[in-house]
Design a protein around this ligand. Structure first.
Ligand code: SAM
Length: 174
């Protein structure tokens, strides 16, 4: 069952801390056919309907080069989600799962991600398939699908590092 905002059997909500500003800016808006969570796909599909991503100024020049990627990774803000559940029951059957073991929109920082197929770039607008968000969802970021992207900057030492470093201090208990 899709949630409006209700709490289900055995779910646990906490009193969330007052959000501190992470400094995010909405860089655009996503238009999709879905106005109700009851209809929105759980996960987007590459043969799904065409959706429109509008990029706001002053970010439009940042689109330079995106047209050369067949697929993009899109990050968006699931703005109509509650943010206070630590245990959730997606099946509404009393069985609960930790929020971080789910891809539910209900999470402390409701960031959604999808890999989409890029169909066209028309100025400040991208036409894509593969989204699963409500019409009007704010856009946080977009970047090439990592499987299509080769870093342009020269590699760093860490790029050649394998295995564990026995001197590693960062894994040790305090
Ligand atoms: N693909 C993303 C991910 O894995 O991070 C999101 C998956 S989430 C399960 C998709 C669901 O989030 C939709 O089915 C809908 O119920 C809900 N949703 C979509 N847009 C939303 C929005 N703007 N605010 C709150 N909930 C939203």
């Amino acid at each position: 069952m899709v949630r409006e905002n209700e709490i289900r059997e055995n779910e646990v909500a906490i009193e969330p801390p007052v959000p501190a500003d992470a400094g995010l800016v909405f860089i655009g808006r996503i238009s999709t056919p879905w106005t109700s969570r009851m209809e929105t796909p759980r996960q987007g599909r590459h043969d799904g309907p065409l959706c429109r991503i509008e990029i706001f100024e002053p970010w439009v020049p940042a689109l330079k080069g995106v047209e050369s990627f067949e697929r993009l990774e899109i990050l968006y803000w699931l703005d109509r989600s509650r943010r206070d559940l630590v245990l959730q029951s997606p099946g509404s059957n009393g069985k609960v799962h930790g929020t971080f073991s789910l891809r539910s929109p209900v999470r402390p920082n409701p960031i959604g991600t999808s890999v989409v197929t890029l169909e066209a770039v028309e100025g400040a607008v991208l036409l894509v398939r593969g989204l699963d968000c409500l019409d009007g969802t704010p856009l946080l970021d977009l970047k090439p699908d990592r499987s299509l992207f080769k870093p342009i900057a020269p590699p760093q030492p860490g790029d050649f590092q394998t295995g564990d470093d026995r001197t590693a201090h960062y894994c040790q208990k305090a």
